[in-house]
Design a protein around this ligand. Structure first.
Ligand code: CP
Ligand code: NVA
Length: 299
């Protein structure tokens, strides 16, 4: 596996391999004697803010023996209009891998093509593969294989995290229920691409009933700030609170990719009651992404 550009392009076997290596990385953190990224410099090119993704990748690359260079697009010529394909060809001759957070999925694909570097999607408007890999890893660590389970996604079901969940449902054979108003459901094209196991249900209570996971993400994704008032009004009822949790299985996990906006997609009491799971999801970004780094360098 040369790149991690999306869950859509991953195979089930690659996903299972990432989970297996992530578990070993977690278990052996700080005790490694081999450093597969030694002598390597990895560029992080982030056009959107980040706490978890940035820090987990910077720490992960270092723990595997490499160095990172954080490249804010506004500090490099990319921000002044240098083409992605030219930037990619320059960096391809200097660094050893790229971790990119940006808007258009096509931009990271172009970067990967022109740089020839192992390239990792650290979030685009289309997908957030590292997050959903860490989320599934977290579920399987706490429960059992996710196959056959029910994951209910509450909120903006046309978001990047929802899309990565959709592709994962098709590959890992669990039921994904998207609880969102029609306007925030994925298009028919995305549903077709996902390949099955996805049920769109605007009835939140019905979608939550019997779920193994209640999952949510912010209502206003990065880049959608201008739609804040409208989204708050339209997504208003689609939040996770204690009443909704009662409809899910008694052992259901409540998950959130973070950052959280308490009082919008989740209430404070529910987030705090499930903080162990939610912050384990954050921690697992580190272990899972170390496994992704190892996969893309072929170690
Ligand atoms: N969940 C997530 O990707 O968080 P950051 O935006 O802080 O990286
Ligand atoms: N859907 C969110 C995820 C943040 C980690 C966004 O794109 O802003």
């Amino acid at each position: 596996m040369k790149n991690l550009l999306s869950i859509e392009q991953l195979t089930r076997a690659e996903m299972d391999d990432i989970f297996r290596v992530a578990a070993l990385q977690k278990q052996n953190r700080g005790k490694h004697t081999e450093f597969p990224l030694r002598g390597q410099s990895w560029g992080l090119i982030f056009s959107k803010p980040s706490t978890r993704t940035r820090v987990s990748f910077e720490v992960g690359v270092r723990e595997l023996g490499g160095e990172t260079i954080f490249l804010n697009p506004n500090d490099i010529q990319l921000g002044r209009g240098e083409l992605i394909k030219d930037t990619a060809r320059v960096l391809g001759r200097m660094i050893h891998g790229a971790i990119i957070r940006t808007f258009a999925q096509a931009d990271i694909e172009e970067f990967a093509d022109f740089s020839g570097l192992p390239t990792i999607n650290a979030l685009t408007d289309d997908e957030h593969p590292c997050q959903i890999l860490a989320d599934i890893f977290t579920f399987q660590e706490k429960r059992e294989n996710i196959e056959g389970k029910i994951v209910t996604f509450v909120g903006d079901a046309a978001s990047n995290t929802a899309r990565s969940w959709m592709f994962a449902a098709g590959k890992m054979n669990f039921e994904l229920r998207l609880a969102a108003p029609a306007k925030y459901q994925p298009s028919a094209e995305w549903l077709k691409r996902a390949g099955g196991n996805v049920v769109c249900n605007p009835n939140l209570q019905e979608a939550a009933r019997g779920a193994d996971v209640l999952y949510t993400d912010i209502w206003v994704s990065m880049g959608k700030e201008g739609e804040e008032a409208r989204r708050e009004a339209e997504l208003g009822p689609y939040w996770i609170n204690r009443d909704l949790v009662k409809l899910a299985k008694p052992e259901a996990l409540v998950m959130h990719c973070l950052p959280a906006h308490r009082g919008q997609e989740i209430d404070d009491a529910t987030l705090e009651a499930h903080a162990q799971t939610i912050f384990d999801q954050s921690e697992n970004r580190l272990h899972v992404q170390k496994a992704v780094l190892l996969a893309v360098v072929g170690s």
